[in-house]
Ligand binder design. Structure first.
Ligand code: SF4
Length: 359
């Protein structure tokens, strides 16, 4: 049975069960075709809660809030890039943008982060990466640098959630994680306060295993003494890790390609990743590969922008025209090029990132 665990690193596979159990709506084709981004076209976004409201605003060319956040608990990997790619897409549709660099959250909820100072240090590179991926200074805020209104709002939220409710949703009462969650609710909702963008629909892209946060945030938004739109969420499949059965996770570096990996490291990781290749070349030529279980293909699905090139990889795999070694080389080439260019951009952005983090 699928289990939703916002802090775990096992991939959620049993989507239908999850949809039914938690009342998620499958992302319909009618909405998918209106959004010109590979994550929608390629069925990476699988479900939603109330996305219609946001789509309506997009079609009417009205503002909506685009809010997401990432804990500054380590270097970004391609899974984080996927979050940011989606954020940049909504930014391109005219959103009011709130990208949260979660330094306090990282310290409160992650054992390995020993101080806020450490989380801030990590945040500098994270912000440089975000800037290199298409965000600018005014799209980004660091939790620890927020105004008093935000903190007072997070405390108000605390008054509206009982320990019993919290335990029922998350299955524990770890106070570090409780405080991190209060900030996360504030992150998603505070943009609608009069001091910020005011009441309007908001969108946050999350993994299916983050749904407990989404349900809690939606629930509390209705009980606060403010006039707020219930926030909307879209749910995407996790970026597969490079090994069998795991999502890409910083806690398991062998499963991930980090944005600061050298071309050589990325090459090594892709060369050793789990594929859907057959035991022998002869068999693969005869039967074709199995892209549906191939981790290298999953990298392409998320990050290869050209639909035509992706289609070619799929066809040549399935027909047995191309063997895994040659196929991996294509991915090594375009991802290696991306990493090199990205790292040069991020390096240029470091002074700006330091300013954003330390003021
Ligand atoms: Fe994966 Fe490519 Fe091998 Fe197919 S040919 S299984 S897509 S590596």
């Amino acid at each position: 049975m699928a289990k939703i665990d916002p802090w775990g690193s096992n991939a959620v596979n049993d989507y239908e069960h999850v949809f039914k159990k938690f009342g998620l709506t499958e992302f319909p084709e009618s909405m998918r075709s209106q959004l010109k981004h590979r994550f929608f076209k390629r069925n990476i976004v699988v479900a939603h809660r109330d996305f219609e409201k946001v789509l309506k605003r997009i079609k009417e060319k009205k503002k909506f809030i685009n809010i997401t956040g990432i804990a500054s608990s380590g270097p970004y990997h391609l899974g984080h890039k996927a979050d940011l790619d989606l954020f940049v897409f909504f930014k391109s549709l005219g959103a009011k943008n709130y990208f949260c660099v979660c330094d306090i959250d990282a310290y409160c909820s992650r054992e390995k982060i020993k101080s806020i100072a450490q989380a801030k240090e990590i945040a500098v590179q994270n912000v440089a990466d975000a800037l290199a991926l298409g965000l600018n200074k005014k799209d980004i805020y660091v939790q620890g640098n927020k105004e008093k209104e935000y903190y007072s709002f997070a405390f108000e939220i605390g008054k509206k959630i009982t320990a019993k409710t919290f335990e029922a949703i998350y299955g524990h009462l770890d106070l570090g994680k409780v405080s991190a969650n209060l900030l996360q609710y504030a992150d998603i909702l505070h943009g609608q306060l009069p001091e910020y963008s005011g009441k309007m629909p908001s969108i946050t892209g999350i993994g299916l295993d983050q749904d407990p946060h989404a349900r809690a945030t939606r629930d509390v938004s209705k009980r606060l003494p403010y006039d707020l739109e219930t926030p909307s969420f879209i749910y995407f499949r996790h970026q597969s890790g490079l090994k069998e059965g795991r999502k890409m996770s910083s806690s398991h570096p062998e499963t991930a390609i980090f944005l600061n990996d050298s071309e050589q490291d990325a090459k090594k990781k892709i060369s050793n990743c789990f594929t859907g290749g057959r035991p022998t070349a002869e068999e693969q030529r005869r039967l074709g590969g199995k892209p549906e279980i191939c981790k290298k293909y999953k990298l392409d699905l998320f990050h290869l922008e050209s639909d035509a090139k992706l289609k070619d990889i799929l066809e040549k795999c399935k027909s047995g025209q191309r063997l895994c070694g040659e196929c991996k080389k294509l991915t090594i080439d375009y991802l290696g090029k991306f990493l090199k260019e990205h790292q040069a951009k991020a390096k240029k952005n470091l002074p700006k990132a330091k300013k954003i983090v330390y003021g």
